[in-house]
Design a protein around this ligand. Sequence first.
Ligand SMILES: C[S@@+](CC[C@H](N)C(=O)[O-])C[C@H]1O[C@@H](n2cnc3c(N)ncnc32)[C@H](O)[C@@H]1O
Length: 250
Amino acid sequence: MDQRERALAEAFDGQAARFERAPVQTDPVALGRVVEFARLQPDSRVLDAGCGPGLVAEALLAAGHRVHGVDLAGEMVRRARERCARFGDRARFEQGSVSVLALQEPFDAAVSRFVVHHAPDPVAFIRAKAERVRPGGVVLASDHVTDPDGPAARWHQDIERARDRTHERNLTPGELADAFGRAGLSDVQLAEDGFDLDFDEWFDRGTPALPKAEVRARVLAGGARGFDVRARPDGGITIRCIRVLVRGVR
Ligand SMILES: C[S@@+](CC[C@H](N)C(=O)[O-])C[C@H]1O[C@@H](n2cnc3c(N)ncnc32)[C@H](O)[C@@H]1O
């Protein structure tokens, strides 16, 4: 692990408990969409790259697949093992970086959810997944995305970084699909769906660089495709976000 990855691991160790309970992460419909969009052969061997507390892994295991999860954060790996213990040796988890994961028998598929925006080089991250999949295997990434308009994307980016010091950059939907092409994948397909974030819930499980009141004021001052802000009558804020699913074949 390099210095940046150690900082990422530390941040996710700290937010693991809240992350594991967050409505956006635990939503069974959204987890089902990941499994459905992947269209894997029965009993596939799947790499879950940046597995977090094992929510995606659990959905894949329940669908009859085998999962090898990898995550930088030790606390995330501990929680993933606990969550997926009932699947016995069909579920394996290890702490480490996807980019240096030892290449043994290639996987049938490699998935990741909400990880690309932490990667300093998204194409290298997708390629690292693709290299660990057999020819004809599936690579899937799901992530929240940003606006193709430059100023709107920069406003969104500044807010994400103010709320989470480990945030690198949200891609646009097109950039994520292009990253698959640049990583050498074919038959690239993309689907979008929306989800709602509650500002307080979201901010409180982050690793902020700025005080909450300041970030709140910034959020209320703008809007972007993928980060559409709605002030509620109860004083709260709902942010309408866009999550994309991209699937490619090695
Ligand atoms: C936002 S969480 C998503 C967790 C999980 N995929 C989910 O959707 O529930 C991002 C996770 O990716 C992990 N991560 C980021 N970059 C990674 C890398 N290069 N190798 C392994 N894990 C990574 C972080 O430690 C963190 O637990």
